[in-house]
Ligand binder design. Structure first.
Ligand SMILES: Nc1ncnc2c1ncn2[C@@H]1O[C@H](COP(=O)(O)O[C@H]2[C@@H](O)[C@H](n3cnc4c(N)ncnc43)O[C@@H]2COP(=O)(O)O)[C@@H](O)[C@H]1O
Ligand SMILES: [Mn+2]
Length: 655
């Protein structure tokens, strides 16, 4: 077909050249005849131009073959109510009346390029079983076709007008419900000690922000209590709220007084099949937002995934001693009802995990229950603490996970400390084999957390798990049931680790817990000794610190120059880097042989949790980490820098 087109083009060009040549020759022989022939030529050209569409149609008929004319195929396609188009290569050579009336309606398109006539037209996509969605003249079609997708063969395309179906489907999706559970985190704090008129002015400001938030939508917002709201909005508006990264969090944070700023926690359920399902998802999402420290939005989608927005401010301590007392009573009851207790922390346990486990062990001893701490002593960062207990004749308190598993019965209680996600446990097998599980943890809520615990004591506002356990100890047993000095020092070590010696996250309750442990005989100099390392590890740590480069207020180290058993020197180097002037956050990445481990720290101005989440890790605002497989150190450094870039960009936008 292409060849035929070229032949026609050549013949037309040759004839035109002959005409021009003859006219010129005539002009040389007779100027009068020349003028006549020019006039005839002009009239001829005008006639051709006036009939160009008819000629195109004629040529098109010639091109798609005389055999096709008047054929039964042609008649069946011509009369078909479905718009049909025939192409030769990229050129439109035929279409039926339904196509002219319903697809390209403005003029004729014979011998025109289909790509110009129908932008986006793709023969390969059209030939797929699901066809190609196309928009032509404001109408929506799905085009199906067959034939030679490219080249010079014939290609037949059918156009199904599904404008109504698609617009209604879009409208259906855009009007799906999204449910939002909203909590004003700091309501009581900011209103504390205010005069009635001041309270009215401040709550008026809060209401105005909420009104502006919902007014731009077709949804509604209901106040459930002074600090709790429920909103329902259409998916089209929810998508805008998400695209705007929940700007309402920032608007609200602009309100405040000397007591603090107003922060929100928002849980969103979207994509559920019913209102009830979305509401349930929203509740779970709010739980997650609060569990991560508040001042953020958590969005739960139908596939069970979470997305988080915000979370830039420091969390406000929101705990009550009443809750501690209730938990202590409930824990006492369940320990009493069990035959034995196994306590375990997270993998690569540290002083907070083992310190808290030792505290819980004391609670079990108060109730006279056989109990032990399951720990993998080959992979622990709390070796100095466990050794100290062994040297004091208390080695039997520590057993291997395999031994614990062997002794597990239906009535064994498993108490998990310092983590709340199954994949970080010292032993997933012990957890899975347990009938009764209790969780005590202070980490920000993570996706996929343990959901079958009889007691889930989760306090993201606590500095450490040891702080929580030290409080529980004060409410169990009789007056004389007290932790020993050795146990108190173990718990104080956990608090000092997670607060970096009371610098980070140390609230009133932290100091109260520390004071209690001091009263129980804990000596800080003994605790400090648990942190002491060898000269070799000190030198390695100093080397790591010296390799730091500064980038956008952050110190970054990427090194393979660490001893095989580098243990605590990596997090310690990250801690030390924060003492350098101008460093707001530190990131130390090392090759652990098989994977890259990153320790990230900040003093609170930078949320390292958000940055580490971009690398697949997590943690807290001031202390986070990530582990990466199949990636080089250099690449890790690039990823860290990119995550810092994005964080700084978001920070700048929020300011
Ligand atoms: N992949 C991850 N997902 C979620 N959360 C993660 C992930 N990887 C790490 N995290 C959390 O991030 C923080 C920080 O972890 P880190 O490894 O950098 O630091 C922990 C210990 O290695 C470190 N540590 C232990 N002993 C000492 C010591 N003697 N001196 C200094 N530092 C030490 O302290 C961190 C303790 O963290 P904790 O268990 O959370 O209390 C951490 O939360 C990870 O869970
Ligand atoms: Mn820990």
């Amino acid at each position: 077909m292409k060849k035929r087109l070229i032949t026609v083009d050549i013949i037309v060009a040759v004839l035109a050249l002959i005409c021009v040549g003859l006219t010129v020759a005539l002009g040389l022989v007779s100027p009068t005849l020349f003028l006549i022939s020019v006039a005839v030529l002009s009239v001829f050209t005008i006639v051709i131009l006036l009939n160009i569409q008819r000629m195109r149609r004629l040529i098109a008929r010639l091109l798609h073959g005389a055999g096709y004319e008047d054929s039964s195929t042609q008649h069946s396609l011509a009369n078909l109510a479905v718009p049909v188009l025939i192409l030769s290569g990229k050129n439109i050579v035929w279409y039926n009346d339904a196509f002219a009336a319903g697809v390209l309606t403005d003029r004729e398109y014979y011998l025109q390029s289909v790509y110009k006539a129908i932008p986006g037209f793709d023969p390969e996509k059209i030939a797929r079983p699901e066809g190609q969605p196309l928009e032509v003249e404001g109408r929506l079609f799905t085009a199906f076709g067959s034939g030679v997708a490219r080249g010079d063969g014939l290609f037949v395309a059918y156009f199904i007008n599904d404008t109504v179906l698609k617009t209604e489907a879009m409208e259906y999706r855009a009007t799906r419900p999204a449910v939002l559970h909203i909590m004003v985190d700091t309501y009581d704090e900011v209103l504390k000690d205010l005069k009635d008129s001041e309270k009215a002015a401040l709550t008026g400001e809060i209401d105005r922000v909420f009104e502006n938030f919902i007014d731009g939508t077709t949804g509604f917002l209901l106040r459930l209590s002074s600090s709790r709201y429920l909103a329902v909005m259409e998916e089209r508006h929810m998508a805008e709220v998400v695209a705007g990264k929940f700007a309402v969090l920032d608007r609200m944070r602009e309100i405040g007084n000397e007591n603090g700023v107003v922060t929100l926690s928002i849980g969103v359920g979207r994509g559920g099949a019913t209102f009830a399902e979305c509401e349930k998802m929203a509740r779970a999402a709010l739980d997650m937002a609060l569990g991560r420290g508040g001042d953020q939005a958590a969005v739960r989608s139908a596939d069970g995934g979470f997305e988080f927005y915000g979370g830039v401010s420091r969390s406000v301590e929101k705990r009550t001693k009443v809750k501690s007392r209730i938990i202590a009573n409930a824990l006492g009851d369940i320990i009493r009802q069990s035959d034995s207790v196994v306590i375990m922390g997270h993998r690569m346990s540290d002083l907070d995990a083992i310190g808290a486990a030792i505290g819980v062990l004391r609670i079990c001893k108060i109730f006279d229950k056989p109990a032990a701490v399951a720990v993998d002593e080959k992979h622990t960062l709390a070796g100095s603490l466990i050794d100290r207990f062994r040297r004091s004749g208390l080695g039997e308190d520590f057993i291997t996970p395999a031994e614990a598993l062997e002794g597990l019965t239906r009535r064994t209680l498993v108490i998990i400390v310092d983590t709340h996600v199954p994949h970080l446990l010292e032993s997933g097998e012990i957890y899975r084999a347990a009938n009764n599980v209790v969780v005590i943890d202070h980490h920000r809520k993570m996706v996929g957390h343990i959901d079958n615990a009889v007691i889930f004591y989760h306090e993201p506002y606590a500095s450490s798990t040891c702080e929580l356990v030290a409080e529980l100890l004060q409410y169990v047993g009789e007056r004389e049931d007290r932790p020993t000095a050795l146990e108190s020092e173990a718990m104080l070590a956990g608090i000092m680790l997670d607060t970096r010696d009371f610098v980070i996250n140390a609230g009133v309750r932290t100091f109260e817990a520390a004071a209690y442990l001091r009263r129980m005989g804990a000596q800080t100099q003994n605790v400090k000794r648990l942190f002491a390392g060898s000269l070799e590890s000190y030198t390695s740590k100093a080397r790591l610190v010296s390799e730091a480069v500064l980038y956008k207020g952050c110190a970054i180290v990427a090194s393979d120059d660490v001893p095989a058993d580098s243990g605590v020197i990596v997090p310690q180097a990250a801690n030390d880097l924060l003492s350098i002037e101008g460093v707001q956050a530190s990131f130390v990445a090392v090759d652990m042989g098989g994977f890259i481990s990153v320790s990230a720290r900040s003093l609170g101005e930078v949320n390292v949790q958000v940055i580490m989440e971009k690398l697949g890790g997590g943690g807290h605002l001031t202390m986070a980490g990530a582990q990466m497989k199949d990636v080089s150190l250099d690449k890790t450094k690039v990823y860290i820098m990119a995550a810092i870039d994005e964080y700084r960009k978001n920070q700048a936008e929020e300011e």
